[in-house]
Design a protein around this ligand. Sequence first.
Ligand code: PLP
Length: 414
Amino acid sequence: MPKYDLNDVIEANERLKRFAPLLQALFVELGPTRGIIESPLVPANAIKGGRSTSHGLFGNWFIKADHALPVAGSIKARGGIYEVLLHAEILSSKEGLMEAHGDPMQLISPEARRFFSKHRVSVGSTGNLGLSIGIIASALGFQSSVHMSSDAKPWKKAKLRDHNVHIIEHVGDYEFAVAAGRAQAAGDDRTYFIDDENSPHLFLGYSTAALRLKRQLDAAGIQVDSSNPLFVYLPCGVGGAPGGITFGLRHVFGDHVHCFFAEPVESPCMLTRLASMSDTSVSVQQFGLTNRTDADGLAVPRASEFAASIIKSHVSGIFTVLDEMLYEDLYLAERTVAIRIEPSSAAGFRGAEFLSRTDRGQNYLQKHGLITKMGRSTHIIWTTGGALVPVEEYQTYWERGHALHSAIPHEEGV
Ligand SMILES: *Cc1c(COP(=O)(O)O)cnc(C)c1O
C-alpha cells in the first residue's frame, strides 16, 4: 500500500482550491466562500449547561459544524466531491479535453458535459455519501447511480431522485449495497465506482478539513501545544471521514491532538476491528451485535480496511453511544446552541463526559499526563450531517429527544 503523508493532504487541498472557481460556478451557495466548501467552528460551551451535571466538563468547547457544509449538507461533501472532481480531471485529460493541471473551467464546457454524459459515477451508500456524489456528478453532467441499503431514509432517496440520480435499492445492509455496486461497476468500463470501503481519494478529500481547522483555531486565538491539548470527537461509520480528519490533524498537531471516534452500540465496526488485534476484517455481527441503529450514517457492520490500517496508530480511543443518547443530544444541540442535526451527527457529544467520567477515560488522561492540563483543553464536537433533513423529519427527531430529556432528572433545566 502506498504511504501517505502531510504532502498528500496539502495536495488534495490545493486541488480543491484550484477547482474552487468551477464549484462556485456550479453552486450558487458557494458564492460567499468563492467555491470553497467549508463549515464554521462554533463556540459551544453552552452545551455543558444542558447536561444533568456539569461536573468534570472541562475546557473550552466548540462545534465543527459540518452538519451545515454547503452543497451536500454533511461531512461527505469534502471527500465525495473531491473524488468526483479528481475523476473528472483524469478522465477529461485522457480524452484531451483538458491539459494536466489546466483550467478547471474547461470541465463545464459543453464538450465536457457531452463527454461526461456518456460516463457514470456510482457508489454504495446509506445516504449521505450518495447525496454528495450524486449532486456533484449530476452537476458535471455524469450519469450517476447510488446503491442503497434498505435502512436508507426515504427522504434521502427522494432528494437523490430530485437530482436525477438513479437509485438501486438492496435488501440488506450497507455492506451489501457497496458489494453490489462494486460488482456491477466491475463489468463496465464507463462506470467509475467510488469505493467507500477502500478509497484513498475519499480519505484525502476528508483530510483537508484538518488544514482548515488549524486556520480556524488560529483565527480564534486557540493554542494547541504541550500545555494546551486539543480533543476531537468524531462520529464514525466505515471510518473514512473521521479517519481522514484524524490523519490530517495528527500531521498538523502531532501528539497534542487526541481524536476519539463515536460509534453506535449496535454498530461499533471500527472498535471491533481495532480491538480484535487481528489482520483480517471483522463484522459486528460476529460479536452478536445487530448493526441496527437510527444513526443511518453510522450503520456500518464492517470498517474500511484502508482506513483502519492507517488510523490504528493515530486514533486515541473509541466510545459507543445508544440511539437514545443521539436523540437527546440532537435536542440539546438545538436548545443550547441552536443547531439542527441528524441522529448520526450527534454521536460525538458525549466525548468529554466519556473522558472525565469513566475509568477508561481517566486512564487515558493519566497515561498521557493530561489531568492537570484539562482546564486549558479545547474540545471539538464534530457534527456531521443535518442541513438537508426535511423540517417534518427533524421535528420527529426533536420530539423524541425532548421526551427522553424530560424523562431524566436535571440539576438545572434547559
Ligand atoms: C458518513 C457519515 C459519518 C461517518 O463517516 P464514515 O466515513 O462512514 O466513517 C458520520 N456522520 C454522518 C452524518 C455521515 O453521513
